[in-house]
Design a protein around this ligand. Sequence first.
Ligand code: ADP
Ligand code: ASP
Ligand code: MG
Length: 416
Amino acid sequence: MALIVQKFGGTSVGSTERIRNVARRVAKWKQAGHDVVVVPSAMAGETNRLIALAKEIQPDPDPRELDVIASTGEQVTIGLLAMALKGLGVNAKSYTGAQVRVLTDSAFTKARILDIDEQRLRADLAKGCVPVVAGFQGMDEAGNITTLGRGGSDTSAVALAAALKADECQIFTDVDGVYTTDPRIVPEARRLHTITFEEMLEMASLGSKVLQIRSVEFAGKYRVRLRVLSSLTDPALPIAEEAQSGTLITFEEDEKMEQAVISGIAFSRDEAKITVMGVPDRPGIAYAILGPIADANIDVDMIIQNASVEGMTDFSFTVPRGDYAKAMEIARKVQEHIKAKGIFGDNKVAKVSMVGVGMRSHVGIASQMFRTLAEEGINIQMISTSEIKISVVIDEKYLELAVRVLHKAFGLDQPA
Ligand code: ADP
Ligand code: ASP
Ligand code: MG
């Protein structure tokens, strides 16, 4: 019999009725003889509500206190779910991150898991008990409560699966797997039976929030077998069927040989672009501009420097939209310092990315992408590529159109 970590997202535990359904599903696996560890998120909307409350008191909340507040959403669901399980005759016990001892660093609101003490969980499992562990949270060395960043329960689940050497980590969510793109934007999107770990990593990092990127990184590092599947099916669905459902993240690229060149399209609205114009083109300029941005802990994503004309160039880069104001302020100071002619910012841009390991062996994907966007009159502002992805920055107002036309142009709506 297997050891399985089952994670349930916000919608999946969004009401007491849904929590009862989660309990039925878990009980089914338990009663079939499997060892199960359950990791719920907070009820849908709850984390947003808690963060908004904090902001009513302090517009830019103290990060330590914000984590104390935001982590409570999961503390409620572990208690409710443990009770629902006991109501079904399943021995269960709730744990906060700190009670397990999910040790993290002290980067409040975006902490990283350093270590998990799995002793208590193992002891419970040995007694036939189902540990119900709060997602999204941990504790640092000094005993402070920390959270792992939005969507962090995925990472809690995969990290627990790695620590326990579980046979599989199942991420139950409100869609029945990983799709060729967000099915909320493109109804014709298709579910993928498998996606390679590398592709999933790109999709997550480029904006597909079906899995938090760090959870995919963990799965890769510790070779955790990871599956995304639906929590909205009948909880009594036969295990043999459920075990094969959804999308499996595979480590075998060969399995994909027969499939499409492009596996999926990811997008992100969390983008802003800053251009420093008329920059004297001399060594050290990129550092002069980006150094202070990095010092302010702002992640720079895409960077473009134009060819120099009469010793002058333009320099553009993108930052997360939440850091736009801060980045503009810094860039303005730099502009004065390096005597650049001007500065221009745009926080209404978006990034669209096509991902697929098949790109390695196919040429012409980029030009087909650019042609498709051109035919719709969508201007490409920036481009970046890697072996298995192409990303473009465009005006945000064309984002949905771009995703739809690319999805169709690359035949992603057709069976592979
Ligand atoms: P949970 O609360 O279960 O963690 P999330 O909202 O974080 O759920 O993630 C699931 C959502 O991810 C889906 O409802 C879907 O809208 C979105 N999503 C984005 N890209 C994809 C994709 N490629 N495949 C499936 N879902 C996607
Ligand atoms: N509840 C947290 C959030 O909303 C973590 C999660 O759902 O994964 O971000
Ligand atoms: Mg999520």
